[in-house]
Design a protein around this ligand. Sequence first.
Ligand SMILES: NC(=O)c1ccc[n+]([C@@H]2O[C@H](COP(=O)([O-])OP(=O)(O)OC[C@H]3O[C@@H](n4cnc5c(N)ncnc54)[C@H](OP(=O)(O)O)[C@@H]3O)[C@@H](O)[C@H]2O)c1
Length: 302
Amino acid sequence: MARKQKTSRWFVRLGLLALGYAAWREINRRVSNNPQVSGQGGGSRGWGLVTGASSGIGTEFARQLAARGYNLILVARREARLRAIAEELERDWGVTVRVLGADLSNEADTARVEKEISELPDLEILVNDAGFGATSPFIEGSIDEHLRMIDVHVIAVVGLTRAALPGMLARHSGTIINVSSLSAFVPGPTSVTYSPTKAYLNNFTEALFLENKGQGVKFQALCPGFTVTEFHDTLPDFPRSRLPVFLWMSAVEVVRQSLEALDGGPVIFVPGWANRMIAFSAQSLLLSPFVRLGASMVRLRS
Ligand SMILES: NC(=O)c1ccc[n+]([C@@H]2O[C@H](COP(=O)([O-])OP(=O)(O)OC[C@H]3O[C@@H](n4cnc5c(N)ncnc54)[C@H](OP(=O)(O)O)[C@@H]3O)[C@@H](O)[C@H]2O)c1
């Protein structure tokens, strides 16, 4: 009996040691992949263009791409913010950063960004990140917000991608990241336009990947779950505090995982283990009713 207890204590100790070692390896891996530590800066990687770069995930893409050595064009409506970010990146990483104020729900502004893209001789990475959420039922409020969402999430992305792709294909080099959402897998109330626009991005990106396979261009539809940014600030009744902490990710981590996944990761990429479980369950015949019910409860409470 005493011997059995002794053996099981050893197993517990060994288990704890293994857990500790795994945690230490994970922390090390994250630190060594942190662009603040391992970045090269200097503009040596060609140009990148990031829409929605004035806050949240877009700003973080700009930071991590600058750290990896890309010169950048930052696009959003709030130009003053973009200029401050540009100054920071030029100072910290020695890259060249240009600012392009544009409202991507406006056809003429989107056309200006497309022109900028097609005139660049070496656009290496395009990040279509600009976007916003909504919490009201489809029938309430004006139709304009829904149409604006389609313009920003879909029409602008299609236009910018069309402008970027020919050059990338000709050079056999380039990357297009379309920032989608976990919501693409879970349609439901108050998300009547948001979810379908993101589902379009997933389908669009995967189709582009299949159409251009083996030609040197990488595609990714990035599907974040709840991410700490300004996104939910514009949704005043969003029940942020009622959501469990493990469902939230930082923009730093979302972008770090996205860029890492470009090397061999899936085209439709979901960052974070909790989000991956939700995406998997949402696509499973057995579990999807529960995921949809859970998502509807969160959305209807907001
Ligand atoms: N945060 C989340 O929980 C979450 C989850 C899943 C997916 N996402 C997606 O992630 C992307 C980035 O969102 P975020 O979380 O980083 O939110 P955020 O902090 O609110 O940033 C949104 C960005 O989009 C830009 N934008 C919005 N409307 C625009 C327009 N008409 N023209 C040009 N730029 C516009 C904003 O810039 P200006 O206001 O300066 O124009 C801002 O830079 C979005 O596509 C969103 O759908 C976010």
